[in-house]
Each structure stands twice: as structure tokens, then as C-alpha cells.
Design a protein around this ligand. Structure first.
Ligand code: BGC
Length: 304
């Protein structure tokens, strides 16, 4: 499907919320809506998506019938070619022919991608990774997601099962990870890990923007937490650099809201610990929360 004058509906399905956006032919988000949902199996999730997209179309006076395609991204390992969710733990989907369920429900062609891959594709076409051939996006949210562009194309893994670089182990004896192992990069460097670190050091939970602001202003306890986090993340990025020698790494997800403060904090650890003497540029992603939606739609248009 190469006709770009069509519009599509993109979905970013998280553990508790579905975000839905109507995208025009230039992948601009015309309108979006998000809602809590219960992940009740593949048909249940597809039904929630349909309901949400109907509300979205009503909101912006569009007709769902005129949407040409559906783009979906989810947190978990995905066989994008065959439209199968292999394991998405917080959606309760395992070996699920989810793309077929979406196509059945909407009666439209659909594309399915991992959330970080979708965001990476969008950053590569429209955002911070534009113009690069070999680069990566690391999303730092509830989990750690990694998308890789090789030769200007999204890398789906050697067997097409995806890239799960958040589950590379950093500390064999470290905190438990959602995947069942210990000390994965996700367990040490996700927003969840940062919140946990802050809570145990400060004795109470703290919102991440508050932590960042206090660390910036030199509050000693918050700065200690932030520095430890930056040390962990910088080391994780150095390991990614050693595997791939990317031209550029973009950081997305909630923690990337700290902007240049995050870059300046991780920079020395990245430079000191990567194998290569020539520093690898690390920057903040540009498309924010909309990257997944947009990327799922771009993938639909490029692959259907
Ligand atoms: C999952 C990835 C996902 C990432 C971000 C990780 O826990 O394994 O598939 O991309 O979280 O949502």
C-alpha cells in the first residue's frame, strides 16, 4: 500500500492504557485519545481498540470506514512479519495471532510491531534518528525498550523475533526483572528502577520530575540517587555501543523528559566505559509519546 493520501489509525497498547491516534498521509497525528482498558485476551483487546477508535473518529468528525489501515504497537516480543505476539507479559498474550484478531475486528489490513521498534522507526523517518543508517533508540519507561535501525531499515532480529536488549544482564546478583532473570538493564535503568532506587534512598516515593528538579538544584540525597542511576544507564549504553557501534543513540520514554540534564549526566559514563575512544553521540528522542503510534502507522504503510 503505497498511496499516502490515505489516513490510518495507530494504537500504542500499554499495560493499563491504550492510546489511539488518527494519522494523515504525512503521519501527522490529527487527533488522539487514550483510555484505560482490561487486557482480556486478543479479541477483548481488539474490541477495546475498536471502541476507542470509534470515539476518536466521532471526536474529529472522521469516518472509521474510511481509514485504510490499522497500525499497532505493543510492549513485548513480536514476530512482525507474521503478526504474532510471542510474549507480552503485561497484556497476557503469548503466541497470539494478534494481528489477525485486529484485522478481523476492524475488517482492515493491520500491521503489528514492538513498541520500541515502532518508536525507533518513527524517530528514524521523522525524528532524532533521521538521516542515520545504523542507529538505535532506547526507550526508558516502565521497561527498557530498544529499537535498532540497520542500513536505514528497522532490524527485526536475526530470526524475526525482535530485539530485547532491555533484558541484557548487567548484574547477575541484581534486582529481579519482569522477565524472570536478575539484574537486567531494565531492572537497573528503567523509570521503574529509578523510582525504586529513589524510594529506598529517600524513604518515600517521589515523582520523577521532582527528583530530577531536586538533583539539578544540588539536593544531596536526590543527586546521589540520580548519579547512581546515570552511572548504571551510562554503563548500559556503553555495552550497547560495544555491540553495535551505532552512529547515534536516541533516548526516549519518561526518563528522557530530563532532557540535556540526562545527557550530561550519562555522557561521562558512556565515554569512559565504551570500548571505542571516539565518543558515540547520545541525544534525546524528538517525537515524545506519539512515536509509537506514528511508527506503527509508518510500518503499516511501508509493509502492507
Ligand atoms: C519488553 C519490550 C518492550 C519494553 C518497553 C520490555 O520489558 O520486553 O518488548 O519494548 O519493555 O515497553
Amino acid at each position: 500500500m503505497k498511496n499516502k493520501s490515505v489516513f490510518g489509525i495507530g494504537f500504542d497498547i500499554g499495560g493499563t492504557n491504550i492510546a489511539c491516534g488518527l494519522l494523515d498521509g504525512e503521519y501527522r497525528i490529527v487527533e488522539k485519545l487514550s483510555r484505560r482498558f482490561e487486557p482480556l485476551g486478543e479479541d477483548g483487546i481488539a474490541a477495546s481498540m475498536l471502541e476507542l477508535s470509534r470515539a476518536l473518529c466521532e471526536k474529529c468528525g472522521a469516518s472509521l470506514e474510511n481509514a485504510a489501515y490499522i497500525g499497532v504497537c505493543i510492549p513485548g516480543s513480536v514476530d512482525a512479519k507474521n503478526g504474532v505476539v510471542i510474549d507480552a507479559y503485561n497484556l497476557g498474550l503469548h503466541d497470539s495471532a494478534f494481528r489477525a484478531a485486529v484485522e478481523r475486528t476492524f475488517d482492515k489490513p493491520a500491521a503489528l510491531l514492538n513498541d520500541a521498534d515502532a518508536a525507533c522507526l518513527a524517530e528514524a523517518r521523522l525524528g532524532a534518528l533521521r538521516g542515520t543508517e545504523n542507529s538505535m533508540l532506547v526507550t526508558i519507561g516502565t521497561g527498557i525498550g530498544v529499537g535498532i535501525v540497520l542500513g536505514g531499515r528497522l532490524f527485526h532480529g536475526g530470526r524475526g523475533l525482535g530485539v530485547e536488549a532491555g533484558h541484557v544482564q548487567m548484574d547477575i546478583h541484581g534486582a529481579g526483572c519482569t522477565c524472570g532473570r536478575s539484574g537486567c538493564i531494565e531492572a537497573l535503568c528503567s523509570a521503574t528502577a529509578l523510582a525504586r532506587l529513589a524510594e529506598s534512598a529517600l524513604g518515600e516515593a517521589i515523582a520523577l520530575p521532582v527528583l530530577v528538579e531536586r538533583a539539578k538544584n544540588g539536593d544531596p540525597a536526590c543527586k546521589r540517587v540520580w548519579d547512581e542511576y546515570a552511572f548504571n544507564l551510562g554503563n548500559a549504553l556503553a555495552s550497547y555501543i560495544n555491540i553495535l557501534d551505532p552512529q547515534l543513540i536516541a533516548l526516549g520514554g519518561g526518563v528522557s523528559g530530563a532532557g540535556s540534564f540526562l545527557i550530561d549526566s550519562v555522557r561521562p559514563h558512556v565515554d569512559k566505559n565504551s570500548f571505542f575512544r571516539q565518543p558515540t553521540p547520545v541525544t534525546i528522542a524528538e517525537l515524545g509519546n506519539d512515536a509509537g503510534l506514528a511508527g506503527a502507522c509508518i510500518y503499516a504503510l511501508e509493509s502492507l
